[in-house]
Design a protein around this ligand. Structure first.
Ligand code: SF4
Ligand code: SF4
Length: 432
């Protein structure tokens, strides 16, 4: 038996020794994947990844080591109760630290007019230089000397370059260690902006959405006042960002209007961008707060597209998280804030006009509202036997939460299996 990733000790301590006896079975939170050397076992609650030889796998139900580490459990073990207990204990032990993650909206204005935009109809606000200065002071105070992660969001953040410059210049002059990332449509990057972004904004990653191949993309984005083909400009900018050492995540928004086109786009991206730098291309169903923009369940086209992206080497497997995730996103992390263009604070980037928890100029925060944002959805019947339950965090107030379906669960499990194989390969490489 080889340990590829050790267990999270805090989880094992919270679980204590396996109790009971009689018949034994594989824990429902244990995923398995056959490899030439035997069987990989991954425990989603304890986070341990093991390799068993074929002989060990044959005798798995009798191995005391597997029983001691909760891979093998008594037949009548109530796993969901154990997972709840562990998560409760870990949350109780967690000490809130300073706020170090800031999503900043330099503007809610945008140069695109996507038909599905959830911000359509909202006021278009620009962050002033005065608010940018206040935002920098707020960040310095809140982060208490810890390294800061900034994320530029909008609207289109590049439409207010000056606010980004001002915040970064103040942090740099005060010796605050920071890096940044950006969610952008990518059209307004130029060679000069990319240099400034890397050197002064410490930009390390961007997320750019593509809605199809050239015609579909240009029609969907409907940019205001753009010259030439925005699709070609954005593709060239993605290449420049990759070559400048910026990680690029390309999100493919899949809806009824573009599903057939997306497979062609995947092939094009592989031809144009594969090997140019650190790239991850992934597909998501197009969603608005009112309805799915898909004629039918998006599961099947999404699964097909994701499969092709993996085959093309455009979607590197994610690392397995070493610690049990206890939150869904920034909204319930306890260490993140969203700063709006006028200095108001929220916890979720999708709320620019409501769900306000405070202002950068005031120490007062709406604590009851913050607590409401940490509220998780109640489990559904399928959770009782779902292997993903230990790491499933679904916020009741999140309005972009994808529906949990058989296909979404299958996709998540396929993704974990790919990650198990990739972790094992890394282990083999490290052994020479
Ligand atoms: S993935 Fe779905 S079924 Fe599984 S634990 Fe989460 S909500 Fe429940
Ligand atoms: S939309 Fe949902 S996932 Fe995104 S920040 Fe808000 S709560 Fe989190």
């Amino acid at each position: 038996m080889k340990t590829i990733i050790p267990p999270q000790q805090a989880v094992l301590q919270a679980l204590g020794p396996v109790r009971g006896g009689g018949g034994w079975r594989l824990c429902q939170y244990c995923l398995r994947r056959e490899v030439p050397q035997g069987m990989l076992l991954y425990h989603l609650l304890t986070r341990e990844l093991l390799l068993l030889s074929p002989a060990e796998w044959d005798a798995a139900l009798t191995l005391p080591e597997l029983q001691a580490r909760w891979f093998i459990v008594p037949e009548d073990t109530p796993e969901q109760e154990h997972a709840d207990l562990v998560r409760w204990a870990l949350r109780a032990m967690h000490k809130p630290g300073p706020v170090t993650d800031f999503t900043i909206l330099p503007t809610t204005d945008c140069n695109a007019r996507c038909f599905y935009c959830y911000e359509a109809g909202r006021p278009r606000r620009m962050m002033s230089q005065e608010t940018a200065a206040q935002a920098a002071t707020h960040i310095i105070t809140q982060s208490s000397g810890k390294p800061v992660r900034l994320r530029w969001f909008g609207g289109e953040p590049l439409m207010n370059h000056a606010a980004i410059d001002a915040i970064c210049a103040t942090l740099a002059s005060q010796g605050v260690p920071f890096t940044s990332s950006m969610t952008t449509n990518g059209l307004l990057f130029t060679p000069e902006t990319i240099r400034t972004a890397v050197d002064c904004w410490k930009l390390r990653a961007v997320q750019i959405t593509l809605d199809g191949t050239e015609q579909t993309y240009n029609r969907t984005k409907a940019y205001v006042g753009a010259d030439g083909s925005p699709f070609c400009t954005v593709l060239a900018n993605i290449r420049s960002l990759l070559e400048a050492g910026v990680h690029v995540a390309i999100r493919l928004n899949v809806g009824a209007h573009n599903a057939p086109d997306m497979l062609q786009l995947a092939e094009l991206l592989a031809r144009e961008l594969r090997g140019a730098g650190s790239l991850n291309v992934y597909a998501r169903a197009l969603f608005s707060t009112d309805s799915w923009h898909c004629a039918a369940d998006p599961g099947a086209p999404l699964a097909q597209l994701t499969g092709r992206l993996c085959e093309l080497g455009l979607q590197p497997p994610a690392r397995l998280q070493r610690e049990l995730p206890l939150n869904q996103c920034m909204a319930d992390s306890g260490r993140a804030r969203v700063i709006l263009p006028d200095g108001r604070l929220t916890l979720c980037e999708h709320h620019t006009e409501d769900e306000i928890i405070g202002h950068i100029a005031s120490p007062e925060l709406d604590r009851p509202l913050m607590k409401a944002w940490a509220q998780q959805e109640a489990p559904i019947p399928a959770c009782a036997t779902c292997p993903l339950y230990p790491e499933c965090n679904r916020l009741s107030k999140c309005d972009t939460l994808e529906r949990c379906t058989d296909e979404s669960r299958r996709a998540a499990l396929r993704s974990r299996e790919r990650s198990m194989l990739a972790e094992y390969q890394r282990y083999l490489n490290s052994q020479g």
